[in-house]
Every structure is written in structure tokens, then in C-alpha cells.
Design a protein around this ligand. Sequence first.
Ligand code: AHR
Length: 657
Amino acid sequence: MKRGFLLPVVAALAAATVASAEPAVTLTIQADQPGARISPTMWGIFFEDINYGADGGLYPERVKNRSFEFPNPLMGWRASGTDGGARAVTVCEDDPIGTRNRHYARITSVGIGTVTLANEGFFGMGVERGAEFTFSVYGRSPDAKPPTLEFELVGADGKRLASGSIKGFKTEWKQFEKTITASATDPKARLNLIVTGKGTLDLDLVSLYPKKTFKNHGLRPDMAQMLADLKPGFMRFPGGCIVEGHWLTNRYQWKTTIGPVAERKLIMNRWNDEFKHRPSPDYYQSFGLGFYEFFQLCEDIGCEPLPILNCGMACQFNSGELCPLDQLDPYIQDALDLIEFANGPVTSTWGAKRAAMGHPKPFNMKLLGIGNEQWLQQYIDRYTAFAKVLKAKHPEIKLVSSAGPGPDDDKFKFAWPKLRELNADIVDEHCYARPDWFLNNATRYDKYDRNGPKVFMGEYAAQSDKTVSVNNRNNWECALAEAAYMTGLERNADVVVMSSYAPLFGNVEGWQWRPNLIWCDNLRSYGTPNYYVQQLFSRNRGDRVLPVQLSGALPKEKDQPRFYATAARDDKSGEVILKVVNATAAPVETSVNLSGVTKPGRKATVTLLIGALADENSFESPRKVAPVTSTRDIAGPHFSYAFKPHSMTVLRVPAGK
Ligand code: AHR
């Protein structure tokens, strides 16, 4: 059934070229007719450990392969020295620090020189002058007079930036800790462990961890702040295809990601060898950033957690391995236990684990994703089994189901009627496509059934080249197309309740996929034009959709209307929030009518995001395309406004409560 009051206004417009200063377009906002409520979860974020988003990114551990658990246990480490060098270091597994952490390094020094074991970090180790780090290590020695462990942080040029030493090893494992301060900034430092003197040392879980973290909860401050600055309504985690794994054995299992880090079980990151053209042989998941930290981050940035769980299916782009339907119980139990971990009382089994980690209060999780990007009957069968149990035991939790990898392919067409029949809560749609697709599909949801399941546009990004191409760019053309599309999401807030751009982070030195919303290196991060589009929508969300009519002559490009508008009302401030995307190369002169408003405030806030289509942000010019805010006098409820070429504009006009 089509919705009545908001016909696809964009499509109804006539073609014309706008060259004169006379208003060619009339933009009427029915400020006194608030429509659908805009969900507080409308604009969110999608976190996946891809492109070194977690280890080597948001999780700021500087030591790679800190527990010697990579299949090549000395990957990332290099042994050298005058005392046997590489031969002085072996990897052992007898009597380890834990069953999930089976390997450790044994350094045997014969006492005629030194043995150095150096860790290269993730593309080096980023350190800033004056920054404090906790160096920690589990160690033991069988010797009555054990050797001393010296450690030093050295810059790329070999200069020592900090150092310390640890003595007092006993025959039992013990964790040692020292604080050091870096004397200079270096994005590519490394850590040396140096053993001098005769004897044997067993070392495990070697860590160099910054003291300063986001809200003191362990994550890299600049990257977490970028997320907070988006003011997201939710965060989906931990992915993405890493939920699924190539095979079920390396699927994401949340229970192995909580508790003391020494007990978290490392697995190979699914993106390690996914793309032959972007191999990442040292990409593993330490799970230092695990489910507890994800929930904590959601709380810290004020958004709803949306965990996604494996539903008994390995990635259908890979093995497509299935857990037989009659063996799904452990997967469903994982979901039930997760709800208890997030929301249960401290007296419950899993609630107690949450409390033991430092959060007795529930995280108040309301959303749960069943499977990532799954498709066809095998998914429907598994979703059905999950939904049956979860809906009976936890009707308060809204379940997110999958419509597959594309926005309109056969898998998508298969999924929707089935999910509708199953009365699914929220269906996750994905789309990676050329900018034109987004421009042409701003009216997509105008045609959706208003009574069926709600929509989560859970992964989308305009691709300047094509999906998984290394040539994709985060340019303004793509961001502008996304902005145009997002006007359609907001306008259809009665159907679309959540959306998120994907992927979120990309490390410039180690990405597998582009484009990404935020780029970082070891010390810096910057938002792309796409980031600022997301931010403008999110920070100007509004509470109720206001109907908008466009009339007059609009410019078209490629025979398609390319001028987009949506409006919302902010209940608290009483402002009308108008978002306009002019995706044409010409300015568009408009006459804006605030229908139903007699006396608007005298000043509107105008935020403009504009650039040349090829523009991108970078570390050198992080705000080349970034919002600029100004004020503008408003004469009354009718005023003229010229929307600049290739721009997104947000106008906030006080309209009374
Ligand atoms: O965002 C990158 C990948 O694209 C996700 O992991 C997957 O869900 C989709 O195919």
C-alpha cells in the first residue's frame, strides 16, 4: 500500500535549466502537519573488524601477536643479538598461562651477550611525545637467579624513546607491569625485549598499552571520538562477514571475547586472506575489543547496541557451511545467553560475568541481529528457529533479519515475502553501488508497504568504481549521492528505522576494502566527505517528518531529477530542519514556504557541505569537504534561498513550539 501524503515529489518535477536568480522552484514545508516519528536509531554506525578497524585501530594495543598465538607464533617478532640471536628464542606450549592462550616465547640466554626480541607493531607503533604507556608481560623463569628483562621503545631511526626493566621472575607465571613515557613522537616505533645475563625466561601476553583511552575504557581516543561526534543512534557490531567466518569453526563467537584478555581466544581475521589483491597475512582477531567493550562503547557514545550473531551459517561468499537445523540449539543458546549477559541481573550466570568485568548495571540491549548477510531458504529456516525461541522468551528484543547482499536481486526478492510472512521486526538491506544508483533510488521507500516489517539500511556506500575495487574513492560525488538517498530514508521514517554506512574504518596502510567512512593511521584519523554527510543527518535528525512539496522547474541530469529535499521538526527546540541536496552543477533558486508557521524566528542556522565532485579529504586536508555553519536572517515564513551547485544544505529555522 502506498502512503498518501508523501508522493515521490522528486519524480514529479519537470525538467528545466536554472540559470536566472528568479526562484525556479517552490519548496513548501507543511510545518503544521508533522507525520511519522523519526526513530532515534535512524542514523547509526556499522562496526566491523575489517581494514584493521579493531586490532591495529580502535583497540590500541601496540604489540602485534602479543600472545604468540598466530599460526606462525613469531609473526611480528624478530629475534636477534649477540647471544644466540634467533636460536635463543623458541615457542613453547607446556604449562601455558591458559587453555585459550597456549603458546609463549622462551628466551634462553647463555650469558655471553644479549638477546633481543623485537615487535614491529601494526605498521609500526604510534607513540606521541609525553604519552604514557603500560608495559606488561606474563613471565616466569626456572632459574634460581633469573635474568633481568629490559624493554625499550625505539623510534624508526633506532633512537630510544623510553625504557624500563623487570626483575623478580619466579617459577610460576606472574604478570608484571611498568609505566613508561615516550620522549618523542613517532608513528613507527617498535618495542624491544632484551635479555642480558645467563638464564631462561618464559614470556607471554606482552603488551604496550596507552594510558590515555576514550573515557578510560580502553579504546583509542581519536577514533572513538570520531564515532561519538557522529552522535549515532545505534552501533551494529561486530560486522559484517566476520560474524560468519569462512567456515563455522572461525565464526565470531561472542563468549570467547569476554573476560580477562588472557582468556580470549584468538582467531584468524576473515579478511586476512579474503582478497588475493589485498592480502593481510598478519590480520588476526585478538578480541581485546570484545563484546563487553562494544557494549561499553555504545554506552559511552550514547547509542543503542545492535549485536549481530552467527545463525549457524558460514559466509555464503565462502564455504557456505551450514549447521544442520537439528543442531542449532547451541547457537540459539548463545543468543539467549547474550541477552542475559547484556540485560540480566548480576545474580544470573551471564549477568554476573558482565558485573565481574565492571558493569553491574544492565546494558539495556533492545536489538539483536540474527545472521549477517545471509540469503535463501537456508537462512529463512535458521531465522525461523531463532525467532521462535527468542520471541517466546524475549518479546522485548527486536530482531534484525537479513535480505541478503543486494538491494534488488533474486535473493532480496526471495527474502522479503518470506520475512513479511514471518512477521519479522526489522529487515536489513545492503547496497554497494555506483553513485547513480543512490541518486535514482531516493524514492525507493516511497513505494514500500507501510504495514510490513521495518527496514534497516544496514550497509551502504556509493562506489566510485565498483564493489571491492581498489580504485574506489571517498569523494564528494559519492557522498553527495548518499546524501540524496538519505533524504529518502528520512522522508520514509515510518518504514526505515535504522541505517548505517559501511565499512566504518580503514587503516591507510592495511585496508582490504574501500571506501570507508573514517581513515586512520597509527596516530591520526580523519572523516571523509561521506562521514560529514552522515554527521549532518544524524546531528540534525529531528523527531517528526514534515511533508515537503516541490513545485516548479528543476534541473535534471541524465534525464533524472537531481534536487532532493526532506524536512523534520525538532520537538524540543521547535525548529523546522530542512535538508536539501542539490546534485546538479547549477545553483537552484528557490522560494521556501513554511506553511503553518506565522512567525518564524528571525535567524536560521545554515550548514553547508560543498565541494567539487572529485574532492576527497586527507590527513593533509582533513576538512576539505566539511560542514560550515553560519546564520541567516529570515524575513518571515516565505523566503528565498539559492542552493549551491553540488551541495548539501541544512537549514534550521525556529518555528515556535
Ligand atoms: O562492509 C564490507 C562487507 O560487505 C561486509 O562484511 C559484508 O556484510 C558485506 O558483504
